[in-house]
Design a protein around this ligand. Structure first.
Ligand code: PRT
Ligand code: ZN
Length: 289
């Protein structure tokens, strides 16, 4: 039987779509309708396991899946000893302390003796312990933000992204204690094994990196008076060398290069200023260094 790499992905929630988008951008095809538990990619040795995000660290630890995509918060909260293979840098959020109006907050020491509602007691208590603060965690799995209103907690420690949920519940974010984003995890040592599965993961990571690299780059093509070539090379910068092709008109050349998105407009303007014409800009789908 052909070996496949098994990847655990959140079945439905904030991580699901983006996790699948990353894999799709790697040219891997599948036909998920989101209702199945398992699915095999059609053109790559990858099998998806669609589960709740809380269960992903457990599945990876127990070998039910080889790798998984999960929020760093869930991974750290699990306390499992697993390897972080890659930070995928989406689903960014923070874990913050938020207090109701009237709560005088002057730093983590203000939490001494308080009841703090959270879904992340392990992360919270570890940080409080490091600061020498002793508080009582109230572990709730959802709607953390309503606990002060109903009188079962003094304040909360919850995931925040825009801050709207806190505001809507009359809470004030007073301290960020932790940052998270989606990460890829694997069993400890998995990356060091000589195995077909590890080879598949290497190929997958290479593809993910090629897509990432291309994402913030533009391919630029333009015509330029030959006499301005040195200046153009300086403007584009950072590249080994732009590709230069002669044109029928001996005084002109065609130049091709890759420019990072954040520098694009200044490069564009500077190139125009030295006489570049017919500037063509294209998205790059994939790229290797
Ligand atoms: O059903 P399942 O257990 O799989 O999903 P889930 O409901 O446990 O998780 P889900 O899909 O809500 O979140 C998955 C992961 O996304 C989390 O573990 C985080 O790593 C990450 N993430 C990013 C977030 C948020 N942003 C986020 N805003 N997780 C939760 N929230 C919640 C937060 O708990 C609070 O209720 O959104 C609210 C705050 O949002 P703002 O924008 O109002 O500040
Ligand atoms: Zn969950």
């Amino acid at each position: 039987m052909e070996e496949v790499l098994k990847i655990a992905i959140q079945k439905s929630g904030r991580l699901s779509e983006k996790s699948l988008d990353i894999i799709r951008a790697c040219g891997i095809d599948f036909t998920t309708d989101g209702r199945v538990l398992k699915e095999r990619a059609t053109n790559f040795p990858l099998e998806f396991l669609f589960v709740r995000d809380d269960d992903i660290p457990t599945y990876v630890r127990d070998g039910v899946a080889d790798i998984g995509i999960v929020g760093r918060n869930e991974f750290d909260e699990s306390g499992f000893y697993l390897d972080v293979v890659k930070d995928l840098k989406f689903a960014k959020c923070r874990l913050s302390i938020a207090v109701p109006n009237g709560f005088e907050y002057e730093g983590l020491t203000s939490l001494e003796g308080k009841r703090i509602a959270t879904s992340y007691p392990n992360i919270l208590m570890k940080i409080l312990k490091e600061k020498g603060v002793s508080a009582t965690p109230l572990v709730v799995s959802g709607s953390v933000e309503i606990t002060p209103q109903v009188g079962i907690a003094d304040c909360i420690c919850d995931i925040v992204s825009t801050g709207t949920t806190l505001k809507m519940n009359g809470l004030r974010e007073v301290e960020e204690i932790y940052r998270s984003s989606a990460i890829m995890i694997a069993r400890p040592g998995f990356r060091n094994t000589v195995s077909r599965k590890n080879d598949i993961l290497t190929r997958l990571l290479e593809r993910i990196e090629a897509v990432e690299l291309a994402k913030n780059k533009k391919y630029v093509l333009f015509n330029l008076p030959s006499s301005r070539l040195d200046e153009a090379a300086r403007i584009i910068g950072g590249m080994k060398s732009p590709t230069v092709t002669p044109l029928m008109d001996k005084d002109w050349v065609s130049v091709q290069s890759v420019v990072s998105e954040d520098r694009f407009w200044s490069v564009f303007e500077d190139l125009k200023a030295i006489g570049a014409e017919g500037i063509l800009v294209m998205n790059i789908e994939k790229m290797t260094e």
